[in-house]
Design a protein around this ligand. Structure first.
Ligand SMILES: [Fe+2]
Length: 192
C-alpha cells in the first residue's frame, strides 16, 4: 500500500526502517520504542483527522502504513471512553505500542495453565500509560488487555507489528477462573 500522507509520515517510516535492521527482537523493539517515544513527544507527526474519530461499538483500527520491503504494519487505534479489549495474544508477533493521545490502562498476563482450549492467566502488572509513552511486547509474553480508562475523552495509540496481524486469540472469562479461547479476525476501519 502507499504510505498515508500526513506530516511526519516519512520520518516515522525512516525510524521504523532503521529499527527493523536489528536481528534480535529485544534490540529491535527497544529501538522502536525509543523512536516512538521521541516522535510522539517531539510532535514530529500529525495524524490525519479521522484517527481522532472513535467508532461507537468498537475501538477503531486503521492501517497507516505497511512496508513492502520489511513487512511490518503500522496501525492507529482509537479508543472511545471505556473501550477496551478482552485478554488477547498477538499471534506470535512482536509489537511496539505507543500512546499518542490520552492514556491507556494496560494489564499484562502470564499463562498459568491450559487444558485444551481452556486457559488460566496470572495478572503480572498493570500500568496507566500516558501520552508519549511506549512499550513492547515480545512473544511468548504476549497476553494483555488494553482499555481507555477515561470517562469522557478518547485515546489514540500507534502500534507497529512485525507483520499485518489478521487474527489473534481472545480469551473469554468462564466465571470459574478459567478462560475459553476463541479466534478473532481483526478488521480494519476506513481511513478517510
Ligand atoms: Fe494487544
Amino acid at each position: 500500500m502507499q504510505a498515508m500522507d500526513f506530516p511526519g509520515a516519512q520520518r516515522l517510516i525512516e525510524a521504523i526502517d532503521r529499527a527493523v535492521q536489528y536481528d534480535c527482537p529485544h534490540a529491535l523493539t527497544d529501538c522502536l520504542r525509543d523512536a516512538m517515544c521521541r516522535i510522539i513527544r517531539n510532535r514530529d507527526v500529525e495524524l490525519p483527522a479521522c484517527i481522532f474519530e472513535p467508532v461507537a461499538d468498537h475501538y477503531a483500527r486503521r492501517e497507516l502504513y505497511r512496508s513492502e520491503a520489511h513487512g511490518y504494519s503500522v496501525i492507529a487505534m482509537t479508543w472511545g471512553p471505556g473501550q477496551g479489549t478482552p485478554i488477547h495474544d498477538h499471534d506470535g508477533l512482536w509489537c511496539v505500542e505507543g500512546v499518542f493521545r490520552g492514556a491507556l490502562e494496560i494489564t499484562q498476563y502470564e499463562l498459568a495453565a491450559s487444558e485444551g482450549e481452556r486457559f488460566r492467566f496470572l495478572p503480572v502488572g498493570s500500568i496507566q500509560a500516558g501520552e508519549g509513552s511506549a512499550g513492547s511486547l515480545i512473544p511468548p509474553h504476549e497476553y494483555h488487555t488494553i482499555r481507555n480508562p477515561s470517562e469522557d475523552g478518547i485515546a489514540v495509540s500507534l502500534h507497529i507489528y512485525r507483520q499485518a496481524m489478521r487474527c489473534c486469540s481472545v480469551f473469554q472469562p468462564q466465571g470459574d477462573g478459567w478462560y475459553l479461547r476463541g479466534v478473532r479476525h481483526l478488521g480494519l476501519d476506513q481511513v478517510h
